[in-house]
Design a protein. Sequence first.
Length: 170
Amino acid sequence: MDLAAIREDVAVIDALLRDIADRPVDLADPDWQAKLSAARPPAEEAGVAAEAAAALTALLDVYELGDAARDEVRRIFRTHRAFSWGAGLRGEFPSVATEFRRRLVHISARDQYADPRDDLVEIWELCEWARDKGIDVEPVLHAVADISGEVDHFGMGSTRRLILRGLERH
């Protein structure tokens, strides 16, 4: 599948996820966090889980394979915020190491799509999870950092720098 076709699929999925992504959360409700946790994943609720997973997989494959397309993949994630928020990795991974790398690549490709603080916490949690599973995270972090963006979108450093902060222990 070419990037133009993937972009079209992402645009359709983004439109279907937008109402869910923009739905207000009643922070005055004492059970708001439990309700959010109990809710179905956004792509499932929109009825596009399989399509979202396929589009995300295709985007990440393109992102990993080529320098030339990486900026365009980052643009697709920035342009399609509901997709970025609502499409998640699904399925089984052949190994913990493969899952760890793919989740980092996903963060790299999103390129600080919403809040780099959330990305940083996710990176730290992923690294601790991988370390607990016996994965040497350092070479994976360096490999993913090498394909990550250099733009500091929010004043917390580039995605490349955020990925490398996974070397820190928390």
